[in-house]
Design a protein around this ligand. Structure first.
Ligand code: UT7
Length: 343
């Protein structure tokens, strides 16, 4: 579908804001006690090493697009927006329904978003932060009125439930944010800045080796369990703590802010200890850091919208607050962005 160049004729370039948020978590819950029956692990180890107590798991008939559609519908309904008002759909995921067509196409069709174009964005755990920045730039360019950013991952489909080092970490969920131009009376609200970085030298530490053009599916790849997530956890852990700190501090400094200006740090939820260590180094106290990994685990591209929803519901994120989103993930990918919350 085509999108309209609605502001091409003017010189006014709008600032982008997040105007609505919707989330979806599948009803089935997999607890640490459930995992104790599958692998050699225990609730105490999982809680101490990760902070996770339970995660949501999609039913067999639910795929990434289904969760994405549910989250998107929720965001649009909360904004009172019709799907036809959406100009672009960005689905951030590493677990698309299939290699192609993109999950964005499936979501566009199901929503009836007849004026939207869109694409899938593959940046693993940094996906949502990258998607938000892309949407902000599309809106700020004056070419898009409303952009839907969706993070949706069905990690349970690519997790090896015989590998205790990874199966305890991940859950399934989706979250969507609507990004649009600020109104005339909203001076100072919305997107401030984004910092992104990739470092492909870390690619081997967290990956799904087979299923792409390098190693297409074969009996052999299945026998070797290469269609599952493989991770060297300790390597990723150290990189995540360092880069979360570095990205956030550089972003704050170059915009003239310090840690005490941040009302809410909303980090990717991969491990409670990564979040605590990064926040401590940044000098942001726990009451201004959103941590909800205990209930969802690592839902990859969905963690940031789920955490933002919780911050709003708990009254910890309010209109006018400075919010800092940050994520580090497979790739490696690193992203942080600063927003003045708009509603
Ligand atoms: O979001 C994308 C990015 N991903 C991440 O950020 C994940 C980063 N990494 C991590 O969160 C952590 O490295 C893990 C939670 C994955 C692992 O924690 P760790 O403290 O780094 O543990 P480890 O891998 O160094 O393993 C320590 C011990 C090992 O036993 P030995 O060799 O010391 O006897 C493991 O075999 O813990 C053992 N272990 C477990 N024990 C009980 C590993 N997994 C488990 C388990 N239950 N589930």
């Amino acid at each position: 579908m085509r999108y309209s160049y609605f502001l091409k004729e003017t010189t006014y370039l709008p600032r982008a804001k997040i105007s609505a948020l919707g989330c979806y978590t599948p009803p089935r819950i997999l607890t640490n006690q459930d995992l104790e029956k599958l692998v050699e692990t225990n609730d105490r180890w999982i809680v101490e090493r990760t902070g996770i107590r339970e995660r949501h798991i999609a039913g067999p008939d639910v795929a990434t697009s289904d969760m994405a559609i549910a989250a998107a519908r929720c965001a649009l309904a909360l904004r009172g927006a019709d799907p036809s008002e959406v100009n672009a759909i960005i689905v951030c995921t590493v677990t698309p329904d299939m290699m192609f067509p993109s999950t964005a196409c499936l979501v566009q069709n199901a929503l009836g978003a007849r004026n939207a174009w869109g694409f899938d964005l593959v940046a693993a755990c940094s996906g949502f932060v990258y998607g938000l920045a892309t949407a902000a730039h599309l809106v700020s360019a004056g070419t898009h009125r409303k952009v839907l950013v969706i993070g949706s991952d069905t990690m349970s489909r690519i997790i090896d439930y015989t590998d205790r080092a990874t199966c305890i970490l991940f859950g399934d969920a989706a979250g969507a944010m609507l990004v649009e131009a600020v109104g005339e009376d909203e001076d100072g609200a919305g997107f401030i800045d984004f910092l992104g970085e990739i470092d492909g030298s870390g690619g081997d530490f967290l990956k799904m080796p087979a299923g792409g053009s390098r190693m297409p599916a074969s009996h052999d790849t299945i026998d070797q369990r290469l269609h599952f997530v493989h991770q060297e956890g300790a390597q990723v852990f150290k990189y995540a703590v360092r880069k979360t700190y570095e990205a956030c501090s550089e972003l704050l400094a170059r915009n003239g802010f310090s840690a005490c200006d941040v009302a809410m740090l909303i980090p990717h939820q991969a491990n409670g200890r990564i979040i605590t260590a990064s926040a401590e180094r940044l000098g942001i106290p726990p009451e201004r850091v959103l941590l909800n990994i205990d209930r969802y685990g690592n839902t990859v591209a969905a963690t940031i919208p789920l955490a933002t929803r919780d911050a709003l519901q708990q009254g910890r994120l309010r209109k006018g607050d400075l919010v800092l989103f940050a994520a580090v993930g497979a790739g490696y990918t690193v992203g942080a962005s600063l927003w003045r919350w708009a509603y």
